[in-house]
Design a protein around this ligand. Sequence first.
Ligand SMILES: [Zn+2]
Length: 203
Amino acid sequence: MSADTTAATPATIAATNAATFAATFAAAPHRADPLLAHAWQVLEAVPDPEIPVVSIRELGILRDVRHGADGRLEVVITPTYSGCPAMSQIAEDIAAALQQAGLPEHRIETVLAPAWTTDWITDDARDKLRAYGIAPPTGTCGSGSAAPQENVIRFVPKPPAPPACPRCGSAHTERLAQFASTACKALYRCIDCREPFDYFKPY
Ligand SMILES: [Zn+2]
């Protein structure tokens, strides 16, 4: 684990991308542009269609709002995983929110790099997921990989710690199914309070 700070593994690159994005976003130029600032404010409030307690911004799906080369408003989003069926719904929700706010025509730009990982989910969103009954991803998306120096065995993943129960906090949980309400989540059950819950899988 000490290698995380010195070697660029996919996990550290993803974590760095998410952190860099968060750090640079506060100072992004569109804060000073009234149209972009307004659009961002509107889009920040768009909820995730599958988990309405968190916004697409908090999940790291909404990446940017900018002026395109032709002057049109460009909304930059990234899919949470390849072929996520929620993306067309998200595009519709974005269109509806912008239209309702009286903002001009826009175009959706879908970017695949830097790739989305569960590291992009903000801390606030993790708390909201828990309160909603979904265990947030534990560790980072690459926490199961061996250290980069261990080239011989780096393909052998270490099983991640089971998620804590979002209701009672017990670590005494078991997985019932690899997929839950969506492919992004696994179905778990708390052995102490006996409640089933969704776990947002790290990747
Ligand atoms: Zn429990």
